[in-house]
Every structure is written in structure tokens, then in C-alpha cells.
Design a binder for this molecule. Structure first.
Ligand code: M6R
Length: 607
């Protein structure tokens, strides 16, 4: 969603800001802008459209070494130049950028307008500029502090004032903000990707904190001006990891990274000697783990699908009742937190508002919530009671791929830990570990030859409707396959349990509606094959993902792609990868913007 970057230092600010915004593109946005101090003026350039449009609009000579930039993902007001950030107050002396939503903006705006302020946009954010202006009496930090006590909602804000030309002030409530410390230069950003080219030393700003920077120093305080001692973190990955490394798209790169990213998710976590897993960050004793009577996973989108797989594995392996629920539904149904329940909040970004707010609500009710997240230092892991980082490395494509398989990996390791404390024998534990350990190599074999999947995409990319069908532990994979296809190729796709089609969806079957069946050689295989035959009998094209050697499925399906054989609980790993590749090539065939699909954002920080 929206992105922020700010710079204070000796270098020209505009190129640093535009470059930083470029690196934030992956989050999803529809307009962008920058504001830079120069010659007693705030020079602002804003454009609806892409960063390249903004870049083209910034004059070659755009001097000034302190400034702020923003990518906007519209929530209040249409996509146009005026609604893009930065927003100025009507004296033109203050500029702000804002991520989040100001819930009481209308009340504030009415009041400010009655005091004579004139607004230039339809956004909620502009109110912050006018509010800070109305409260300014020579100290920007104090004015920002006063303003945010009047604001209801979520924000990551950075403000600048002409009277303090070597200063930026940032504040955070529910929308990420990070301070980057360079050599005689300081940065503010909503995401470290915007600044990693310049520094790896960062401070994560927390809710309720205000940060003030100039080119050589920074301070962090609370709203009552109490100084806050902050820990300087060092970003643990390299700039190259957010480059495409020769791939055409980030999504392609991230699909191909999966053997490696899954291996990273298991590193130090597979204990072959004791046939169990080892997850250091859970912050739970063995006794506490033993007392867990049920597990609930809350998440959104792809992470929710990983949670559904996890629930299946936990029930099957550890015999712990487990379920997954959409985080967006949890907060508002007054969830019942039972004793000895353990919750997991799963999120690649660690910033998804639906998941974060559900987590807070559960914690408020006394629940223990562990996080399974990718982005180190993001809000969910920081606020959770413990958890597991999946260490996938930056996932830039909006369509989540490698995070899904690594989230599953973390859950499989957790399921093994709790299963081995209960009824799973040493030898069964060892077999499970060996199967988990074999996943990267088997995915590698699928990736070694993707030509059959590319051929499928070429054949079916013009379809307008698609069904994805699986059963048992592969039912969530059917949902995930459908989600991936729809979000990047805009083909309408739905996932169902293969058994459910006869209860309704089979009415959709005709010769224009292909069905993508997931057919592992597990205990439900024959039932899936029966569903395939039902679709065939009604003239629907059938694609099957089957296991090497399954000749019968090859005969029934119009097209088949084979995956290696593996223990039945592990098929989600091998089934999902071809669906990712299929979605990717369908999107290419249709000329879609694979990495930044329309209307979507990488990290959904509003409800
Ligand atoms: O960062 P999160 O894992 O919390 O994100 C959740 C969803 O927004 C995300 O998985 C979304 O569905 C992706 N676009 C799926 O590819």
C-alpha cells in the first residue's frame, strides 16, 4: 500500500527519494510525489500514475538535500495529481506524507475549514498538514505531537516545515515507520527496501513514538517528550535480494527461489537426533506446549491458505484440534478465547491490518498469539507473544509464492514438535523429518522442467473461468491456485473441494470452463478421480496435476502435469508450485502486469 521515504543529508534529495519510491513500487500504488526544501520554498512534484511519470516530471535541476516522498494507494478521493502526497497546508510552509487512515478527518476538516483553511484535495491525509500548521508555533516536533493527539486512526507520518529546513519529523500509530542511520545522513521510510541501498542500520519506530531527524542526529520521544532509548538493528539481507537477478519478474524469481527459501526456513530447526523440530522463538516451555488443547490460525489471503494446511497437519499428526480463520472476521465477532488455546497470526508482511487487529483483540482477551512472519521487525512479530520467522528473504511480487511454502514449512516443524510430545513415535517422527527435508529437492525437480506447465498456460490462458479442485490437505492448495490465477491474470477462478462441485459448482461446467484437479496419490485420490470423471462427462476440459506414474489420471484428463511422489502430508508443497507457474505464464500470455496486478497492494495496511 502507501509508501514513505524521507531524506536529510548532504546529497541531492530528489534522486534518493524517487529511487526509494521506485523500490516501494512493489507495495502497490497509484500515484506518487516528492517535496524538497530549496530557496525558502517547498518544491513539490506529484503525479498520478507510475514512478516513471513522476521521474519524468521532476526537473533535472531540482536542488535541495532534505525532502519527503510518497506512493499513494487511494482510499479517500480518486486517483489524480491533487490527491497524491505530499500535501501542503495553505501557507505552503508545511508538507506531510501519510500512510494509514484518519478516521475523524471529516470532523477535523470541518473545524479547520471553519477557521479559514482551504483544502486542495479530497484526501483524509491533507487534514494532517492543516492541523500541524494550525498548531505550529516554531517547533515542528511539538506541532506534530499536538496534532496526533487530535487524530483518530492509523498513521505513519513524516512532516517538514520551511522554518526548520534541516529537519524531518515522523510519527507512527499502526503504520510502519523506520529510521535509517547513514554517514552524516538520515532516512525515514515505511519499509527498509526504500533505504537499504544507503544504509543497513535501522531503528524501528513504535506506535506512540515520534522521531525527529536532521542530517547528523536523531531523537525518539513519546508524546510527553520522554526520550526513548532505541535499539539499532542491522538489516540481515542484501540489496541484491530485492533485484530481479536476471529473471523477468520478481514473481518468477520468487517461485524459483523456493528450494532455497524452504531450506532456509528449516535451517537449525530439524533435529534428526531426536526426530523432532526445534523452534527457538516460541517462548513456550515444553510443559506449556503440552498443555495446548487446540490451535487456531488467523491470517488473510495466501497466509490463510497456509494456515488451513497447517490446521490439517496439526490435527493429523499431533491430534490437536486445529482450525484456520480469516483474520478479518475474527475481530468483529467477539471471539471466544478458550483456556489452553494457542493462536498463530500468519503474515508474510507482518503488517496486514486485518491480521494485526485480530491479533490484538485476541491478546486483549488473554490469548497467547504466536506470529509466523517473514519481514523481520514488522509489527506482528514485534507484538506477538513469540513465533517463527520464515526467513524467505524479501518477497517483492504482490502475488505471494515463496512465503506460502515457507509458512507451511514452519508449521510442519511446529506440528512435529507437538506431535513428538504426544503420540508420534521416534521412527514416525524421523520419517516425517526426512520427507520435510526432501521437499526442496523435489520442488527443484519440478522447476527443472516447466515446459509442460508453460504449454498448459498457452493453451488455457484465454479461458475466462477456471475451477481449481482438490481434497483434504490439498483443498487449501486449490483455493491458493485459484487466488494466484485470479490476482495476476484476472481470469475468474474459484477453488473448491472436489467433493463439493456436485453441490453446486458443477452447474458452471461447460466446454469453456477448465477444471484444474489436484490428484496426489493419497487416500482421497480415487474420490478425486471420480470427480474428474463427473466433470469430463459434462464436457468440461480437465487438467490434472498427478503423481509420476499415475497412468489412469493421464488417460482421463485432457492435459496432465506430473509431480514427484512424496509422503501424502507433503503434497501441498509439490502441488502448489505448478499452480504458481501456471498462473505466472497465464498472466504473461494475457499481457498482465505480473508483479503489480491492478488494484492490489503487497502489504494491506488498512482494514
Ligand atoms: O502479508 P500477509 O501474508 O499478511 O498478506 C496477506 C494477503 O494480503 C496476501 O497473502 C495476499 O492475498 C496476496 N496477494 C496473495 O498472493
Amino acid at each position: 500500500m502507501c509508501g514513505i521515504v524521507g531524506y536529510c543529508g548532504p546529497r541531492a534529495a530528489a534522486p534518493i527519494l524517487v529511487e526509494g519510491l521506485k523500490r516501494l513500487e512493489y507495495r502497490g500504488y497509484d500515484s506518487a510525489g516528492i517535496s524538497v526544501f530549496h530557496d525558502d520554498a517547498l518544491n513539490v512534484v506529484k503525479r498520478a500514475g507510475k514512478i516513471n511519470d513522476l521521474r519524468a516530471a521532476v526537473p533535472d535541476q531540482f536542488p535541495g538535500s532534505v525532502g519527503i516522498g510518497h506512493t499513494r494507494w487511494a482510499t479517500h478521493g480518486e486517483v489524480n495529481d491533487a490527491n497524491a502526497h505530499p500535501h501542503l497546508d495553505d501557507t505552503g510552509r508545511i508538507a506531510i506524507v501519510h500512510n494509514g487512515i484518519i478516521e475523524n478527518f471529516q470532523t477535523l476538516k470541518d473545524r479547520l475549514e471553519s477557521e479559514g483553511h482551504q483544502f486542495a484535495s479530497d484526501t483524509d491525509s491533507e487534514v494532517v498538514a492543516h492541523l500541524v500548521s494550525s498548531l505550529y508555533d516554531g517547533d515542528l516536533e511539538q506541532a506534530v505531537k499536538r496534532a496526533i493527539t487530535l487524530v483518530k486512526g492509523t498513521y505513519g507520518i513524516v512532516a517538514m516545515h520551511l522554518d526548520e529546513p534541516d529537519r524531518l519529523v515522523g510519527a507512527r500509530n499502526g503504520s510502519p515507520l523506520v529510521l535509517g542511520i547513514g554517514e552524516n545522513e538520515m532516512f525515514l521510510a515505511s519499509d527498509v527496501t526504500a533505504i537499504i541501498a544507503h544504509t543497513k542500520q535501522v531503528i524501528y519506530v513504535e506506535d506512540g513514538e515520534v522521531v525527529s531527524i536532521n542530517s547528523s542526529s536523531y531523537s525518539t520521544t513519546d508524546l510527553r517528550d520522554n526520550p526513548i532509548e532505541k535499539h539499532v538493528d542491522v538489516i540481515g539481507w542484501e540489496l541484491e535480494e530485492i533485484e530481479k537477478a536476471g529473471y523477468s519478474h520478481y514473481m518468477e524469481k520468487e517461485i524459483f527461489e523456493q528450494p532455497e527459501s524452504i531450506t532456509r526456513a528449516t535451517q537449525g530447526r530439524l533435529d534428526f537426533e531426536n526426530a523432532t523440530g526445534h523452534l527457538g522463538g516460541l517462548n513456550m516451555t515444553n510443559r506449556e506446549l503440552l498443555e495446548v488443547e487446540r490451535v487456531k490460525v488467523i491470517a488473510a489471503g495466501t497466509s490463510y491458505h497456509a494456515g488451513m494446511v497447517a490446521a490439517y497437519v496439526l490435527e493429523h499428526l499431533a491430534r490437536i484440534p486445529a482450525s484456520a480463520e480469516l483474520a478479518s472476521e475474527v475481530r468483529y465477532r467477539n471471539p471466544i478465547v478458550e483456556r489452553n488455546s494457542l493462536y498463530f497470526a500468519v503474515s508474510q508482511s507482518g503488517e496486514t491490518a486485518d491480521t494485526l487487529y485480530a491479533m490484538r483483540e485476541l491478546q486483549r482477551k488473554g490469548a497467547r498469539v504466536l506470529g509466523i512472519c517473514n519481514v523481520v521487525g514488522s509489527t506482528i512479530p514485534r507484538e506477538s507473544d513469540g513465533g517463527v520467522y520464515i526467513h524467505s528473504g524479501p518477497e517483492i511480487a504482490v502475488a505471494s509464492t515463496k512465503a506460502f511454502t515457507s509458512q507451511m514449512t514452519a508449521f510442519y516443524a511446529f506440528a512435529l514438535v507437538v506431535a513428538r510430545m504426544r503420540n508420534l513415535s521416534y521412527s514416525d517422527g524421523l520419517r516425517f523429518l526426512q520427507a520435510l527435508d526432501s521437499v526442496p529437492e523435489k520442488i527443484g525437480r519440478i522447476l527443472d522442467d516447466i515446459t509442460p506447465i508453460i504449454a498448459l498456460a498457452k493453451k488455457y490462458a484465454r479461458a475466462e473461468n477456471f475451477l481449481f479442485l482438490g481434497r483434504g490437505i490439498n483443498y487449501p492448495v486449490a483455493l491458493e491456485g485459484a487466488l494466484k490465477l485470479k490476482e495476476i491474470s484476472y481470469i475468474h477462478a474459484e477453488g473448491f473441494s472436489a467433493a463439493e462441485i456436485k453441490h453446486g459448482p458443477i452447474a458452471l461446467i461447460n466446454d469453456q470452463t477448465p477444471s484444474f484437479f489436484l490428484v496426489p496419490d493419497d487416500s482421497l485420490r480415487d474420490k478425486v478421480v471420480t470427480s474428474m470423471k463427473e466433470v469430463k462427462a459434462r464436457g468440461g476440459p480437465v487438467i490434472a496435476l498427478a503423481v509420476e506414474g499415475d497412468v489412469e489420471v493421464g488417460r482421463i484428463a485432457d492435459d496432465v502435469v506430473f509431480v514427484p511422489s512424496i509422503d501424502e502430508l507433503f503434497y501441498p508443497f509439490l502441488m502448489v508450485v505448478p499452480t504458481q507457474i501456471f498462473a505466472y505464464y497465464c498472466a504473461l500470455e494475457r499481457g498482465c502486469n505480473v508483479d503489480q496486478p491492478r488494484n492490489l497492494a503487497k502489504s494491506v495496511t488498512v482494514e
